[in-house]
Write a protein that binds this ligand. Structure first.
Ligand code: TRP
Ligand code: ZN
Length: 867
C-alpha cells in the first residue's frame, strides 16, 4: 500500500469468496416517481419475503437518499426501528413476509455522475448498472434479487410529454397542474440494474418486426426531434439482430414493444435495460455526414449487443458482479458473430484481434490485470474492462472452437432453458456447455480464474527419413503453475500450398493441455511451413519461428486471413527493428508488400495487410521486452512509412485515383473497403514531402461523407503545414459546429496531432465553447484521444501531458468518478516506459493525495502505485 494513500477509512475490498445468498427476496415492486423542477419524489412498495421464513434484521442499499417516510405494512416506523447511514438502511426485527413502503427525495438535476436518475440536457433518464438503482430508492441492489416491477411516472406534460419505463404501458392519465402520469408494468422478473425510466420531450421513429412465431413487435427509437433523420441505420440493425438471434440461437423477442432512447450524456456506449435500451447518441445516430464507416459498424454492433442481452444478461442474469463476463463476454461473442455474418468475417476478426492485442494485452500486463472472473474489487464500475468484455468473448469463442458450432449452440440453448429467470455463474455456463457436448471442460475453467496473457512457444522439427513433422508446444502462464486448455488451430503449407487434412479442411485443431506437449504429423514428403493459431484460436502471445522465408510463404500462400495478416505484422515489426537499429532492410518485406499491392482481391483485406502495426501495439511488444520508447517507435514507423511511400509512389497514386467512388455514399462492404485502402494510400503519400497536401485538400473539400472528409482533415492536420491545418480546422468547425458528434471528431483530430504542441492545443480546447466537462463524449474525444491515442504528444518529455491529464482527473473525480477513473489508465501503466516514469508516478501521487478521493479513482491509483 502506498503510504500517501493509506488513509483512514480506505474503501473496503469486496471478495468473490464472501458471496452469500440474499436473506430477502422482493417478488414485486411498485414505484411512483414524481418529477418536479429541482427534485423528484420516489415512493416504493417492496413486497419482502425472508428466504428462511424467520424474523430478523433487513439491510437495504440506498445512496444519499433524503428519507421522507418509511412504513411496514402501512404502519410508520419509529426512528429507533431503523438506521440510515447514507449508504445502508438497517431495519430491526422485520417480519418474514411484509410490505415496506419508503418515500425519498432525490435531485436528478444535480446528479453529474450519470448514474441513478439524472438529467441530460432536457431529458430525465436512468443508468442503474451496476449499482445505480440505490441512488433512486432503497432496495437490495444486487443482481440476484429479481422482481416484477410496476412503475408509475408523473411529470409536467409540456416539458416531459414522453414517459417511459420497462415492459408494457398500462395506462396514461392527465393530472392537475398540467401534469400527467403513465403506468408501466414489466411481467418479466428482473434485477434492479435493468430498471430504467425516461421522461422528456422526444420524437420517435416507428417500425415493427414479426417474430418467427408470428407475433408483431412494435419497435420505437426515441431521439431529439433534430435527430429524427438519423435513426434508419439503428432500426435496420435492430431488425437484423432480432432475425439473427432467431435463426442462429432460436431466441425470439419476449414482449410486444422494444424501445431505444438516445441520450447525449452517457458514461458508456449503451445499456440493455429490459425493453428500454438507453444509448449514447454516438452509438445510435447515423448519417453519411455525421458518421464514419467505422461508426456505422459500431452502431450496428452495439444495437445488436444490447438486443442480444435480452437473453444473455436479462432472461439469464449474473449471480453477483464477479460473474459480469457471464453476460458481457458471451454477448460480445454473439455480437461479433453477428457482425461477421452481416459483413466480412475475415476483416471483422482481424479488427477484433488488433483491438484485443493492442489494448487488452496491455491491460492484462498492467496494474489493473485481473481474471475474466475477478476475485475482488473495490468499485465494480472499474471492472467493465477489456478483460471482462473482450478476453471474456475470446474464452466463449474457444468453447465454440472446441465444441464445434452445433454442440456450442446446443450448449447455449441448454443454458437458456435450464437457467431461465435465474441469476447464475460463469461455472453454470461452462457446465451447460459440458453437459450438452459430453466434453470434459474442467481444465478449461481455469481461463476464468487466471489473469495475464498466456505465452505459447512452438518449436518445429522435421525428420525427412520418416516423413514426420513435429510441433513442440510450451505454455507459460505468468505466476500460475496450472496449464490451460488451449485450442490451437494449425495448418501446414506444403510447397507453398495449404495441405488438406483427413477432415477435408486445411485446418486441424490441436488441444494443448499440458505445460509441454508434442504433436506429430506423418506422411510429409518435404518440410512444411506451419500456419499457427489460425483464426487467432486462443488469446495468447505466440512465439514461433519467424524467418523471412517462413513469413513470406505464409503471406504468399496461406488461406487463413488472420495468419496471413499476422505474418505481415510480424514481418513489418522485424523490419521496424532493422530501421531502428540502422541495419539494412529486408528486401523480402518490400517485395511481399509490392505483391500485395498489385494483386488486390479485396481492398478491405489489403488495407489491413498493408497498415503497419500501430504505435500502441508496438509499445505493448516493447513493454514485454525491456521498456517502451514512444519516440523511437514513432521515428522508426514514420521512416518505414516514408520508405514504403517512396518505393511504391506510383502505385499509391494510381490506387488513390482509381479507388475514388463516383456514386453516392453507402456504408456497404465494397465502398468501405475501397475507402479504407484509398485512405491508406493517402496516408503513405502524406509522408512524401508536401506531396499529399493537394490530394488531402481536394478530398476534404469535395467529400460527400464524414469518412472521406475526416481522412482529408486528419492528413492535413497531422502532416500538413500550419496554414493548411488551421484553415481546414476552421472550415470544418464552421460547417459542422451544430452536430455534437462531428465536433467530437474535430476535437479528436486535434488531440491526436503527433507534436509536442498538441498538449497546449488540448489545454486551449478545454476552454472552447464546444467543450463540456459534463459530457463524457467530449471528455473522451479530447482527453481520451490525447492521452490514449497520441503517444508522442502525451509523453512530451517535460511531463506537461501527464500534468494535464492529472488535472483533468482531479477535476472530474468527484463529479463523475467513473469517467475520471477510466481517464487515469494511460498514467497507470507508467512502469512500462523508458522515460517519464517518475513524472507519471508523481502525477498519480498527486491524484492519490486529493482529499476525499472517490472510490473509483482511489482503486485505480492505489493499484498502480502499489503494484
Ligand atoms: N451493460 C452495458 C453493456 O452493454 C454496459 C454499461 C452501460 C455500463 N452503462 C454502464 C456499465 C454504466 C457500467 C456503468 O455492456
Ligand atoms: Zn454488454
Amino acid at each position: 500500500m502506498n503510504a500517501a494513500m493509506a488513509r483512514e477509512g480506505s474503501p473496503s475490498v469486496i471478495y468473490r469468496k464472501d458471496y452469500q445468498a440474499p436473506r430477502f427476496q422482493v417478488p414485486t415492486v411498485a414505484m411512483t416517481i414524481a418529477i418536479f423542477p429541482g427534485y423528484t419524489r420516489v415512493s416504493s412498495q417492496l413486497q419482502l419475503q425472508r428466504s428462511d421464513g424467520s424474523v430478523g434484521d433487513l439491510c437495504l442499499d440506498g445512496e444519499s437518499l433524503q428519507l421522507e417516510a418509511i412504513a411496514i405494512d402501512g404502519v410508520d416506523l419509529s426512528p429507533d426501528a431503523y438506521d440510515y447511514n447514507g449508504s445502508q438502511l438497517t431495519l430491526k426485527q422485520v417480519p418474514a413476509s411484509c410490505t415496506l413502503q419508503t418515500t425519498v427525495i432525490i435531485h436528478p438535476e444535480d446528479n453529474t455522475s450519470l448514474e441513478g436518475l439524472y438529467k441530460s440536457r432536457t431529458l430525465y433518464c436512468t443508468q442503474c448498472e451496476a449499482e445505480g438503482f440505490r441512488k433512486i430508492t432503497f432496495f437490495p441492489d444486487r443482481p440476484d434479487v429479481l422482481s416484477v416491477f410496476t412503475v408509475t411516472l408523473e411529470a409536467d406534460a409540456s416539458t416531459c410529454p414522453v414517459l417511459l419505463s420497462n415492459g408494457n404501458l398500462q395506462s396514461t392519465t392527465t393530472l392537475d397542474d398540467g401534469r400527467h402520469q403513465a403506468v408501466w408494468h414489466d411481467p418479466w422478473p428482473k434485477p434492479s440494474y435493468l430498471f430504467a425510466l425516461v421522461a422528456g420531450d422526444l420524437a420517435r421513429v416507428d417500425d415493427s418486426f414479426v417474430t418467427a412465431s408470428g407475433r408483431e413487435v412494435a419497435l420505437h427509437i426515441y431521439v431529439e426531434a433534430k435527430d429524427l433523420a438519423y435513426c434508419d441505420h439503428a432500426m435496420a440493425s435492430l431488425k437484423h439482430s432480432m432475425r439473427w438471434d432467431e435463426t442462429v440461437y432460436g431466441l425470439e423477442y419476449d414482449l410486444d414493444l422494444f424501445n431505444i432512447v438516445a441520450v447525449d450524456d452517457f458514461n458508456m456506449g449503451a445499456m440493455e435495460n429490459k425493453s428500454l435500451n438507453i444509448f449514447n447518441t454516438s452509438c445510435v445516430l447515423a448519417a453519411p455526414d455525421i458518421t464514419t464507416d467505422a461508426g456505422y459498424q459500431r452502431v450496428e454492433a452495439i444495437v445488436a449487443h444490447e438486443y442480444f442481452h435480452n437473453y444473455s444478461g436479462n432472461r439469464v442474469t449474473c449471480r453477483d458482479w464477479f460473474q459480469l463476463s457471464l453476460k458481457e463476454g458471451f454477448t460480445v461473442f454473439r455480437d461479433a458473430e453477428f457482425s461477421a455474418d452481416m459483413n466480412s468475417r475475415g476483416v471483422k476478426r482481424v479488427e477484433d484481434v488488433t483491438f484485443l492485442r493492442t489494448h487488452q494485452f496491455a491491460e492484462d500486463a498492467g496494474p489493473m490485470a485481473h481474471p475474466v472472473r475477478p476475485d475482488s474489487f473495490i468499485e465494480i464500475s472499474n471492472f467493465y474492462t477489456l478483460t471482462v468484455y473482450e478476453k471474456g468473448a475470446e474464452v466463449v469463442r474457444m468453447l465454440h472452437t472446441l465444441l464445434g458450432h452445433d454442440d456450442f449452440i446446443a450448449g447455449a440453448q441448454l443454458y437458456f432453458k435450464r437457467h431461465d429467470g435465474q441469476a447464475v455463474t460463469c461455472d453454470d455456463f461452462v457446465t451447460a456447455m459440458a453437459d450438452a457436448s459430453g466434453r470434459d471442460l474442467s481444465q478449461f475453467r481455469r481461463w476464468y480464474a487466471q489473469s495475464g496473457t498466456p505465452e505459447l512457444t512452438i518449436e518445429e522439427a522435421y525428420d525427412a527419413a520418416q516423413g514426420r513433422y513435429t510441433l513442440t508446444v510450451r505454455q507459460r502462464n505468468g505466476d500460475y503453475s496450472e496449464p490451460l486448455h488451449i485450442p490451437l488451430a494449425v495448418g501446414l503449407l506444403e510447397n507453398g500450398q495449404p495441405k488438406v487434412f483427413d477432415n477435408g479442411s486445411s485446418t486441424v485443431l490441436l488441444e494443448v493441455t499440458e505445460a509441454q506437449q508434442q504433436f506429430d504429423f506423418d506422411n510429409l514428403s518435404s518440410r512444411p511451413v506451419p500456419s499457427l493459431l489460425r483464426g487467432f484460436s486462443a488469446p495468447v502471445r505466440l512465439k514461433a519461428e519467424e524467418s523471412s522465408s517462413h513469413l513470406q510463404a505464409l503471406i504468399a500462400g496461406d488461406d487463413d486471413d488472420f495468419v496471413r495478416w499476422d505474418a505481415f505484422q510480424r514481418y513489418a515489426t522485424q523490419v521496424l527493428g532493422q530501421v531502428a537499429a540502422g541495419d539494412t532492410l529486408d528486401e523480402g518485406f518490400f517485395s511481399a508488400f509490392g505483391s500485395a499491392l498489385t494483386a488486390i482481391k479485396d481492398p478491405a483485406v489489403t488495407a489491413q495487410l498493408l497498415a503497419l502495426p500501430s504505435e500502441e501495439y508496438l509499445a505493448d511488444l516493447a513493454a514485454a521486452s525491456g521498456g517502451v520508447d514512444v519516440f523511437a517507435i514513432r521515428n522508426a514507423r514514420e521512416q518505414l512509412k516514408l520508405a514504403i511511400a517512396q518505393r511504391f509512389e506510383d502505385r499509391w497514386r494510381a490506387l488513390f485515383a482509381d479507388l475514388a467512388i463516383t456514386g453516392p455514399y453507402e456504408p456497404s462492404g465494397p465502398q468501405i473497403g475501397a475507402r479504407s485502402l484509398r485512405h491508406l494510400a493517402l496516408d503513405y503519400l502524406a509522408h512524401l514531402p508536401d506531396a499529399a497536401v493537394a490530394d488531402a485538400t481536394a478530398l476534404f473539400a469535395s467529400a460527400d461523407n464524414l469518412t472521406d472528409r475526416l481522412a482529408g482533415l486528419r492528413t492535413l492536420v497531422h502532416y500538413g503545414h500550419r496554414e493548411a491545418r488551421e484553415s481546414a480546422l476552421t472550415q470544418f468547425f464552421n460547417d459542422w459546429h451544430n452536430e455534437a458528434l462531428v465536433v467530437n471528431q474535430w476535437l479528436s483530430v486535434q488531440a491526436g496531432r503527433p507534436a509536442a504542441a498538441a498538449c497546449d492545443e488540448v489545454a486551449a480546447l478545454m476552454d472552447h465553447p464546444s467543450f463540456d466537462w459534463r459530457n463524457p463524449n467530449k471528455v473522451r474525444a479530447l482527453l481520451g484521444a490525447f492521452s490514449a491515442g497520441n503517444p508522442t504528444g502525451f509523453h512530451r518529455t517535460d511531463g506537461a501531458g501527464y500534468r494535464l491529464l492529472a488535472d483533468a482527473v482531479i477535476r472530474l473525480q468527484a463529479s463523475n468518478p467513473q469517467i475520471a477513473a477510466r481517464l487515469c489508465s494511460p498514467l497507470t501503466r507508467y512502469r512500462r516506459y523508458q522515460h517519464g516514469v517518475e513524472l507519471m508516478r508523481s502525477e498519480l501521487e498527486r491524484i492519490g493525495n486529493v482529499e476525499g478521493l472517490s472510490r473509483d479513482v482511489y482503486e485505480v491509483v492505489d493499484r498502480s502505485l502499489s503494484q
